[in-house]
Design a protein around this ligand. Structure first.
Ligand code: ATP
Length: 289
């Protein structure tokens, strides 16, 4: 059986003075090497869940917290944030707010230095991280002068320098143009395929989800509405409508066809699957005429 690297057991959280719980009785597990996407409408609890998975809740965010989150075998309540940071890294949606220094290399080493990792190890890790995010050669550049995509890749490199087994990315491409978005997804794909890293990403980019994600967790009003493959999630109109999910274009066409009573050989989520399924349908139709 695949190794469970992250376990969330009956976890609930309410912000101080908030009238209601932002997360309610959350249960799920993530396997090592899995790419899990978190989707859900505004206010569904996605960022709060990222904070809970990374240990920010309960260590840096006050509130009422019940349940257990176990990260690489460590219960987040029983271990300090620096201990947890060596297993799980988090990158937020706004790269600007994550810049602390004036040179890319210092920036990438910053978090690891705060964990008191030996200097030569930080240097090795930082060099590796900059290679992975394709920013080698930018060590002495001013991070504030980089493009949005480059800043976000530097933020990912900073998290990678701490050599986490799990990387959480909270809407890493929400402020990026299409090229910046592709660059970030390419890095994520390499981390998964080459380094077997476990990735948890909040994103609405359905075409990329269809391409890369193993499973999708859908949050709705602080609860887990569904957790399944992109194909089963995007095919389920009830879930899609309830959580206002963005759906890949080929899946939208497929749903319309199925609803009109036209059966398909398979349900497409990726463009190339759509081409295959719809050409087969056209050929069948032509053969009948
Ligand atoms: N610091 C806070 N204090 C009080 N309530 C909060 C705080 N942060 C978030 N909330 C509330 O918790 C709920 C979940 O918010 P959260 O930011 O986790 O949702 P989200 O799915 O990430 O939304 P978005 O897509 O808009 O970023 C919302 O009702 C929000 O208003």
């Amino acid at each position: 059986m695949d190794e469970i690297i992250l376990d969330v057991f009956d976890a609930s959280f309410r912000y101080p003075n908030a009238p209601a719980y932002s997360l309610k009785h959350i249960n799920f597990q993530v396997r090592k090497g899995e790419f899990l996407v978190i989707m859900g409408e505004n206010g569904a609890g996605k960022t709060t869940l990222c904070k809970m998975l990374s240990g920010i809740i309960p260590h840096s965010q006050e509130g009422v917290y019940f349940g257990d989150v176990t990260i690489c075998g460590l219960n987040s309540k029983e271990h300090t944030l620096p201990e947890l940071c060596q297993h799980i890294g988090i990158v937020l949606d706004d790269p600007e707010s994550q810049i602390f220094t004036t040179e890319v290399l210092d920036e990438v080493a910053f978090g690891a230095e705060n964990l008191e990792i030996p200097t030569d190890e930080i240097q090795r890790n930082a060099d590796w991280a900059l290679q992975v995010v394709r920013m080698a050669g930018y060590e002495e550049k001013d991070p504030t002068r980089l493009s949005g995509g480059q800043k976000q890749r530097v933020a990912i490199a900073s998290a990678l320098t701490m050599q986490p087994e799990i990387l959480i990315l909270d809407e890493p491409t929400s402020q990026l143009d299409p090229i910046g978005t592709i660059e970030v997804f390419q890095v994520v794909r390499e981390l998964k395929e080459k380094y077997n890293m476990t990735i948890i990403m909040v994103t609405h980019k359905s075409e990329e989800i269809a391409q890369f994600a193993d499973r999708v967790l859908v949050l709705h009003e602080g609860e887990v509405l569904a957790m399944d493959t992109p194909q089963r999630i995007f095919r389920n109109k009830e879930i899609v409508d309830k959580a206002w999910l963005a759906v890949p274009q080929v899946s939208m066409v497929a749903v319309e066809l199925e609803q009109s009573g036209i059966p398909l050989d398979a349900f497409p989520v990726r463009l190339e699957e759509g081409v295959e399924v719809f050409s087969a349908l056209l050929q069948e139709t032509e053969a009948r005429i």
